[in-house]
Design a protein around this ligand. Structure first.
Ligand code: FAD
Length: 275
């Protein structure tokens, strides 16, 4: 039996005109793969609020895509959450990825944090705008602040019980963590779609930076291949690695892949064409 996996893409709001042109180009290429949805990140502490909203609207209106706006507790007050809900309502955008966010160096961010964690934000969004579809983040290798996997799963379950209807995972390179995560969710009776977060590697430095930040393990096979090679070689191997990783996920019944695109398309296209 063959089936087409569902794909979705994450983009971030570009900083300048050059970045905007690159993102339009990327979107134009990736829409050819009929994404189930695309999501737009929200800068730390709310630093990209207006741009995130602008791109969420643009990708919906210009490309007819289902767009999901990321939104964080950090950088927001109850008033700003309400204002956003009104704006999204007017634009007929009804999908939010509700996140806690991470503290920035700006001390005013902490004061303007309306909720301690994403659970509170999910509950508030679901109560204020019941028709909105709310997604949340999940961590196959646990969130760095959780004491252990069991605690992490219990926090995730609370977000789902508060009203989240799907989970997008943190990036991972070793599928063992993802399948263990699915088993733990099943045991906790969390039965909603889980989108597997895939980040194609493009350099040793990039992989080390992201995995350190997110406390994600890098298989020795991947780090050895990336270490000391040219950028072209690293991108090429990153593609090969992602194809193998996604193929193995699909073979084991996973049907939703969420790509962290970094606003680039050639590597993602090659991966998808090979699956
Ligand atoms: P939470 O679910 O609130 O969990 C954070 C920590 O809080 C947990 O480890 C736990 O220690 C504690 N906790 C959680 N629930 C409870 C509870 N009920 N009681 C007590 N303690 C609790 N960041 C951005 O700034 N912008 C983005 O656009 C963005 N997009 C992301 C997309 C994805 C798919 C992922 C995986 C992450 C994204 N992040 C983004 C990063 C995210 O904001 C950080 O990982 C952040 O540290 C945690 O966010 P969360 O929503 O998972 O937090």
């Amino acid at each position: 039996m063959s089936y087409t996996p569902k794909v979705s893409f994450e983009f971030f709001p570009p900083k300048d005109e050059l970045g905007e042109t690159a993102l339009f180009e990327t979107v134009a290429e990736l829409v050819k793969h009929s994404p189930e949805f695309v999501s737009i990140t929200y800068g730390a502490g709310g630093s990209t609020r207006d741009k995130t909203l602008k791109w969420t609207k643009a990708l919906k209106n210009d490309y007819g895509l289902n767009t999901v706006m990321h939104f964080t507790c950090y950088g927001n007050t109850i008033e700003s959450v309400n204002a956003l809900l009104n704006e999204l309502h007017q634009e007929k955008i009804a999908s939010i990825l509700a996140l806690r966010g991470d503290p920035t160096n700006n001390p005013t961010d902490i004061k303007s944090k309306a909720f301690d964690n994403a659970e509170g934000l999910v509950r508030y969004l679901k109560t204020s705008a019941p028709s909105f579809e709310i997604g949340v983040a999940g961590y196959p290798e646990k969130h760095p602040e959780s004491l252990n996997i069991a605690e992490d799963i219990s926090f995730l379950k609370r977000k789902v019980d508060a009203g989240a209807s799907y989970i997008i995972t943190q990036l991972f390179f070793d599928n063992v963590h993802y399948f263990r995560f699915l088993e733990n969710l099943q045991r906790a009776r969390v039965d909603i779609p889980v989108y597997a977060g895939i980040m194609p590697a493009s350099s040793y430095a990039q992989v080390m930076k992201f995995t350190k930040m997110c406390a994600v393990q890098v298989p020795a096979k991947l780090s050895k291949k990336l270490d000391g090679v040219s950028e072209t070689e690293a991108v090429k191997y990153g593609i090969e690695f992602s194809i193998e990783q996604c193929r193995s996920l699909l073979e084991q019944g996973v049907c939703s892949l969420h790509f962290y695109t970094m606003n680039k398309h050639p590597n993602i296209k090659t991966i998808l064409e090979n699956l």
